[in-house]
Structure formats: structure tokens, C-alpha cells
Design a protein around this ligand. Structure first.
Ligand code: ZN
Length: 160
């Protein structure tokens, strides 16, 4: 097929299997190797992009069709879900991409490989969600403590 055209989604000029700007795939019936190449191109675009563009690429970026390529997509996505630090917009976008990949895997025929991948991806998502909740709680408690400290300071200032 002719790979020299413009992206239907954003109009950017296309050279490979995906739009390097928005991550849309424009190949209507990709083979497994086409899907793997598209995935590599998406991750190459991600590694070169600025943070804001990375969020957009992760949100709208190409998700393959076949189980093998979907598992690869999930494995490549996991390092982007940075569990060590507070969640950024980018981390949330990476987790949402992993959720979408996992959901797509779930509707395919189950094999030992897909079952294992679904289990591992779900675990990463679960750990992220738990950490994200406790980070939010910690943020709320710190804010509450700050408000109390300010109130005590005010009371002390006026009573003195
Ligand atoms: Zn595009």
C-alpha cells in the first residue's frame, strides 16, 4: 500500500505505519509484523516527544489487534507506568493505555499467554490504582494539617 499520505486524524504527513504526530494507525488490515512495526514506531515517537505530546500519543496512540502484538504493546507500556513517583498526567495516560490494551486482550480467545498477560497487566493497574488512592489521601491529610496549623496560628495571634 502507499505509505506516503497524510493522517486522516490530524493531517500530519505520514511516512511509516502510524502517524508520528498523533499515533493513529492508517493501515486497515495490518499483518502481525505490520502491527509490531507500528508499535515500534509509536514508541520511537514517544521517546522523541515532549511531555505534552507524549500524553496525547499515549491517549490516542495505536493499539494493535492480534494477541501477540497486544501483549508486546502492554509489555512496552509497563515501564511508562512509573510506580515509584507521584502520578503525573503522563503516568495516568500510560495506565489508561494499559487498561485499553488489557480490555482488548480480554475479548480475544483465551490462551495461556493472553491469560498470563491479562493477569500481569491487571496487577500493574491494581498497584497503580492503590498507590494513586493513597497519594490522594496523603495529599488530603497534609492539606488538613496545614489548615489546622494556620487556624491555630490565627487564634494564637488574635488571642495574644
Ligand atoms: Zn495524525
Amino acid at each position: 500500500m502507499d505509505l506516503q499520505s497524510n493522517c486522516e486524524n490530524c493531517g500530519a504527513p505520514l511516512k511509516g505505519h502510524i502517524c508520528p504526530f498523533c499515533g493513529t494507525s492508517f493501515d486497515p488490515s495490518p499483518t502481525l509484523s505490520d502491527q509490531m512495526i507500528a508499535l515500534d514506531q509509536l514508541h520511537a515517537a514517544l521517546s522523541e516527544a515532549e511531555s505534552e505530546r507524549r500524553v496525547a500519543l499515549l491517549t490516542a496512540g495505536y493499539i494493535p489487534e492480534d494477541a501477540g502484538a497486544l501483549i508486546e504493546a502492554g509489555v512496552k507500556c509497563i515501564p511508562l507506568v512509573n510506580l515509584a513517583f507521584s502520578a503525573t498526567q503522563e503516568t495516568h495516560a500510560a495506565v489508561d493505555r494499559l487498561r485499553a490494551i488489557t480490555a482488548k486482550l480480554r475479548i480475544l480467545d483465551r490462551t495461556p499467554e493472553t491469560s498470563r498477560a491479562i493477569g500481569e497487566f491487571s496487577e500493574v493497574i491494581r498497584v497503580f490504582d492503590r498507590k494513586d488512592r493513597s497519594d490522594t489521601l496523603l495529599g488530603c491529610s497534609l492539606l488538613t494539617i496545614l489548615v489546622i496549623v494556620v487556624l491555630i496560628a490565627l487564634v494564637y495571634y488574635f488571642v495574644r
